[in-house]
Design a protein. Sequence first.
Length: 449
Amino acid sequence: MSEQTAAYQECINPDCKAQFDVTQTLVKCPTCGTLLDICYDWDKIEIPAKISDFGKRWATRSNRLDFSGVWRFRDLLNFCPDDSKVSVGEGQTILQQNDNLAKDLGVKPGNLFLQYEGLNPSGSFKDNGMTAAFSHAKMTGAKASACASTGNTSASMALYAHSIGMKCTVFIGSGRIAYGKLSQSMDYGGHTIQIQGDFDDCMKQVQDVCAQLGIYLVNSLNPFRLEGQKTIMFRIIEQLGWNTPDWIVVPGGNLGNSSAFGKAFIELKKLGLINKVPRLAVINAQGANTLSYLYNEKNLRWNGGRIDMSVVDDYYAELTAKNYSPHTLASAIEISRPVNLTKCLRALDFCNGVVLSVTDEEIKDAKAQIGLHGLGCEPASAASIAGLKHLLADGTVSPDEKVACVLTGHQLKDPNVTVNYHKDKEGPFSNPPVEVENDLDKIIELMQT
């Protein structure tokens, strides 16, 4: 496989399509302000004849890039030379076939799979994107990085920044972060600034700060982040014997994952590496349901890239007028102005997707149900299973279809939600401790009840 790099940045606005070199650090098109894609001249890259050929790299896992579950597929994100590629061992994840949970949900045995991204070094899917972003940062000579975060981004950024000796700063909103996640950033040496506002306020400020001070922004506005996140889909296909499932179900927050997944399938289909494109379901929390509202109530669509942004602008103006701030216990998706909205609409269009929102109560129950059957995950992850229940109930998803649900983060990312659910008996899957006297007979009696 060739080490040749033939990449460029391109505006996704079909009426602009401005192109820029990959050595430039941009988060939006300087010409029209639209998001950017990382694109490739595929004729100049040696792509394997079959996607299964990537499996040969398991035999050379002593090579740090072949060990990485991101860079093992580097030919499909070939934007920087190998000596710039940063890795801390990301992508060693599992796709668990879970027949016990499938039985609970009414899915045919062998058809429900959980893609567990909590096994990444920082405990979430963010490492897939951060390894790519920091590889680009290293290639361009960046000296410092920053992000706005609800938790996972800060942990991943700090881990990767300090693996290459780079300074990093985290912007968080007042009281709007899971401290299990922020503690990781503190451990890894990240500098934290707490702003009086929510994630959307932090997102606006960090963009302005990075622009003024020349700091490398690693939020998913950064198109290189999404290149790394494409590989989550490559690994699902790999673990399904190089076949695509019928459905991908993913939580929707800033919409970087859904956007990246859509781009992955667009490219794989174009290259002839897959025959079937799976359908995509994006699941919002009801307390942060911007995509669900705009897609289902306002009929906002990709429309060949000519999105009616007046619909979005009017809705955001309404949120501002109401001084609205999103609220959900699923802190990772507590976002009301998702920066990758337009790219997500493209993914939904290509993958014949659906969008829905679920309540916090449904998320908590789904999280406990997933844990009962063998995998702990953060609350936002459980939105995928909570959403799947609705899709099965209304017949959108058939019990005979193969479904891969993405679990985005580890269960210890937000442990208070788990502890409170069980000890306070908040749902049907609660499993609280039972107090008993310090007496052998009483203990045995209780255990035999």
